[in-house]
Design a binder for this molecule. Structure first.
Ligand SMILES: [Zn+2]
Length: 121
């Protein structure tokens, strides 16, 4: 899949987020990369042969105390990693949606344990 197409699907997934999510997202960039760097993998507590589909880096909204002159949060989606898990375009679209929701949740300060408890991957 072309990167531009993938990026378009990411934008679409963002637009499909509930409005109250949308309006509350603050100072966050969404980018697409092929695959995670070694540091990003290790930073996420994964081994090099494990698959990382998306990554949230930044300061979650609830933790923004004295938040000033700080780089925006960054959500990265790893196109090659996502595509390698998918067979059809529909799979890719679903995987992008799941990943966007997951990483945006981190932006709102919801961690992986909370997500698990809520039944979200
Ligand atoms: Zn996570």
């Amino acid at each position: 899949m072309e990167t531009s197409k993938f990026e378009q699907l990411v934008r679409q997934a963002l637009n499909e987020l509930p409005n109250e999510f949308h309006s509350r997202m603050e100072n966050v960039d969404i980018v697409v990369e092929d695959r995670p760097t070694r540091d990003q993998l290790i930073g996420s507590g994964l081994d090099e042969d494990q698959c990382l589909l998306g990554l949230y880096e930044g300061i979650p909204l609830p933790d923004r105390y004295n938040y000033d002159l700080v780089l925006p949060d960054k959500i990265t989606l790893f196109q090659v990693s996502i595509e390698s898990m998918c067979e059809t375009e529909e799979d890719v679209i679903r995987e992008i949606q799941d990943t966007v929701v997951h990483e945006v949740a981190h932006h709102f300060g919801i961690d992986d344990d909370d997500l698990n408890a809520m039944g979200v991957r």
